[in-house]
Design a protein around this ligand. Structure first.
Ligand SMILES: Cc1ncc(COP(=O)(O)O)c(C=O)c1O
Length: 388
């Protein structure tokens, strides 16, 4: 598993898009979009092959396959001790669409949404697509404790949603129960507020850090809509599959109505559900092996980056991305991105507002979900560039 020989660069360069192997010039190592370089777990492959061998790819149920919804419910309960009923779990065609769907169902033009900064662009993007407005809640660019005491100042009568990304892409922060309880305290004071908890990274957490779901915080189950997906933990990004977990019938009905699944205009494809169900039911040992590999790669990467002049990198608590501070290199993030691709042949994501908010300034993001050999090569090239 997770050895250099498991990374098939010839297939990746034909299949891995979204800023990765298929989109960069030959010879460039893309440590860009967070998508693993390893093939999927054997039980997922077998489940897909079995299903396709049956020869039928007919319409699935609009609300999703019951066996998949049950697998999501069971997995969530086992990992978080929180019980979402399978009938209130909606498979959607990606976590990204899940975020957008929640925004389109709950918001109207003019509403306000609190979005952390820095954070992945998907939240702001989705809120703005439905005509609502985001207010940035500035959090540390590192994993320092988040002080929620001034969050109140952003809340008005128009605030309808708080988007929580836990673990937080790009800083890798994993929120502690103390922090989540502080957030819950504030949410409890406003009846109209809902929390969208994006937990797509919740499997990728490095000991001794521990993931805690917001839905499990006292009195927050009914105030939370959880979104998750299977791109990060199981490498299923191309199948576009995710889930929305809802606490009650009224939220489920509202979101289901907005999903357009009933009309077949949208829907979660059946193969995506089959693959993700196999992942949840049969690929947990594989996942443990993946996280253990990532833990080693994280430590190696942090040590290599910190040895580069002007670069300062904390070890992320979760997520397989690094978010080093490059402000002492003398380059802006965009300049560094261009130099690294041209002179070091390594592609990174610059900390620009369009990717992670204004708070990402002075940083770049690198994914380490690849082999030791590729990381070693990429860091050798970067090191040489910095030292020249
Ligand atoms: C926090 C977060 N949410 C959602 C997504 C999107 O996941 P999906 O591939 O399921 O759309 C990503 C992908 O990078 C992410 O980092």
């Amino acid at each position: 598993m997770f050895n250099p020989r498991d990374v098939d660069l010839s297939l990746l360069s034909q299949r891995a898009y979204n800023l990765r192997w298929a989109t960069v010039p030959q010879g460039v190592i893309p440590l860009t979009a967070a998508d693993p370089d390893f093939p999927i777990a054997p039980p997922i492959k077998e489940a897909l092959l079995d299903y396709v061998k049956g020869g039928y790819l007919s319409y699935g149920p609009a609300e999703g396959l019951l066996s998949f919804r049950q697998a999501v419910s069971t997995d969530y309960k086992a990992k978080n001790q929180v019980e979402y009923k399978p009938e209130y779990i909606l498979p959607v065609d990606s976590a990204a669409y899940g975020i957008y769907l929640i925004c389109s169902a709950l918001l109207k033009p003019g509403d306000e949404v609190i979005v952390f900064d820095p954070v992945d662009f998907l939240f702001k993007y989705s809120v703005e697509q439905v005509g609502a407005k985001t207010l940035a809640f500035k959090t540390p660019q590192s994993e320092d404790c988040v002080d929620f005491s001034n969050l109140n100042t952003l809340i008005t009568s128009k605030t309808k949603l708080i988007c929580l990304c836990n673990p937080l892409n790009p800083t890798g922060k994993v929120f502690t129960t103390t922090e989540l309880e502080a957030l819950a305290e504030i949410v409890a004071g406003y009846d109209e507020l809902t929390v969208l908890s994006d937990e797509i990274w919740s499997d990728i957490v490095f000991a001794p850090n521990k993931f805690h779901s917001f839905s499990g915080i006292s009195r927050m189950f009914d105030r939370t809509i959880t979104v998750t997906g299977y791109s990060k933990s199981y490498g299923l990004a191309g199948l576009r599959i995710g889930s929305i977990l809802m606490p009650n019938q009224s939220l489920y009905e509202k979101i289901f109505a907005h999903s357009l699944h009933q009309s077949t205009v949208h829907g979660a494809n059946v193969l995506g559900q089959i693959a993700a169900e196999a992942a949840l039911n049969h690929a947990q040992d594989w996942l443990m092996g993946f996280v253990s590999h990532l833990h080693k790669m994280r430590d190696f990467s942090v040590q290599r980056l910190n040895a580069m002049p002007g670069v300062s990198c904390e070890a992320p608590q979760g997520c397989y991305v690094l978010f080093p501070d490059i402000s002492n290199t003398g380059f802006t993030a965009s300049e560094l991105q261009s130099h690294l691709i041209e002179r070091a042949k390594v592609a990174v994501v610059p900390g620009l507002p369009k990717w992670f908010g204004a708070g990402a300034q002075g940083h770049i993001r690198l994914s380490f979900a690849t082999s030791y050999d590729l990381l070693d090569q990429a860091f050798d090239r970067m090191d040489k560039f910095f030292k020249s």
